[in-house]
Structures are given as C-alpha cells and as structure tokens.
Write a protein that binds this ligand. Structure first.
Ligand SMILES: [Mg+2]
Ligand SMILES: [Zn+2]
Length: 189
C-alpha cells in the first residue's frame, strides 16, 4: 500500500508556542488540506502522527482533541480528502513514554496497525524530531518549511536532521513532488 505519515501542528495546521488547545485554534495551513486530497487521489493513504503533550500537561483534554480532529476530518472531506487515522502521543516529556517523537513508538504503532514495514514510507514534519522518529523505523524524511520549519528557510539543515532529508516549501510542494515522482516511476516501468 502507498502510505504517507504526516506530522500535524506546523505541517497540516498552524502551530503555536502556546499549543493548539481547542477546535477554534485549529486552523489549516493554506493549501494543506488540498495537498492531502491530491495525495489521496494519486492513491496514497495518509495517516497523522502527532505529539500532543498538551494533554499530559493538562492544557486541554481528550474531548477538545477529538473536537480538533473532527474539524480536521470535516474540512478535509470538504476539500475532497481524508486521513485514515490520527496517532498521537498524549504524554508529557517527564512521563518517559516510547511514543513521544523523536522516539519511534507512534511509527511502530502505525506499522503494527497496517501490518507493514515502514521502510521507505515518506514521513513529513516541520521539526527534526518528527523526521528522526520516522527515520528510526526506516521512513524517508521530508521537511516542510512551515511551522517550526520556517526557521530553516534559506539555511543548511543542522546535523540533527536524518541524512537525506528532503526540503519542501510546504505540504502542497511535498504533495506535488511525491505525485510527480510516482508518475515518473510509473512511466519508466
Ligand atoms: Mg510539528
Ligand atoms: Zn507518549
């Protein structure tokens, strides 16, 4: 199956240093939902892997998180797209879990759920820890220069990023890249 794993905050929706705590604060980045729809139409399943330590820190509850994700699903459906599932780490950093990125637990859960090896699966995020978590299980690292990724615009990536990290302006540019690469691979078959 063709699977893409996306980070949430700063990749699909606007990020905030104050955390995204409510449905009202959850705002898609320009073109991001349409980008997911384009991936879907090209045959890609999309899942989300997201650190949500705001839960563990008591900044919002699961009801609020579910409302954010209901909004994501609804707006995305309007744009003609869908994500199959949203995997999240609910823990605070001091809880020493295995699912908080840069640790690979969320990615392992995804691999188990789908019964597939994640080697070569494109993984997209706006921080090094997103890409390190995916790279640990063999995912292909893609950085978007939105959210926290904006800091790397026009600069070389530090060594904290996995080797071979590809850089894209935003999720729309990533989707265009992946769909085009797919089309070339099919044409050459
Ligand atoms: Mg992020
Ligand atoms: Zn966790």
């Amino acid at each position: 199956m063709k699977l893409v794993i996306l980070d949430r905050d700063g990749t699909i929706n606007e990020d905030s240093l104050e955390y995204i705590k409510s449905e009202a604060e959850w705002k898609p980045l320009p073109g991001a939902l349409e980008a997911i729809a384009r991936l879907n139409h090209a045959g890609w399943h999309v899942v989300v892997a997201s650190n949500q330590s705001g839960l563990g820190r008591g900044l919002f509850d699961v009801v609020a998180l579910n409302a954010m994700h209901a909004k994501l699903h609804k707006l995305l459906a309007t744009a003609g797209g869908r994500v199959d599932a949203i995997f999240y780490c609910p823990h605070a950093p001091d809880q020493a879990c295995r699912c908080r990125k840069p640790l690979p637990g969320l990615f392992e859960q995804i691999g188990e759920r789908y019964g597939i090896d994640l080697k070569g699966v494109p993984s997209v995020g706006d921080t090094a820890r997103d890409l390190v978590a995916g790279a640990t299980v063999g995912c292909e690292p893609h950085l978007v220069l939105t959210g926290k990724g904006e800091a790397y615009r026009g600069k070389p990536l530090p060594d904290s990023f996995p080797a071979g990290t590809k850089v894209h302006d935003n999720l729309a540019a990533f989707a265009d890249y992946l769909v085009a690469r797919d089309a070339i691979a099919i044409a050459e078959r």
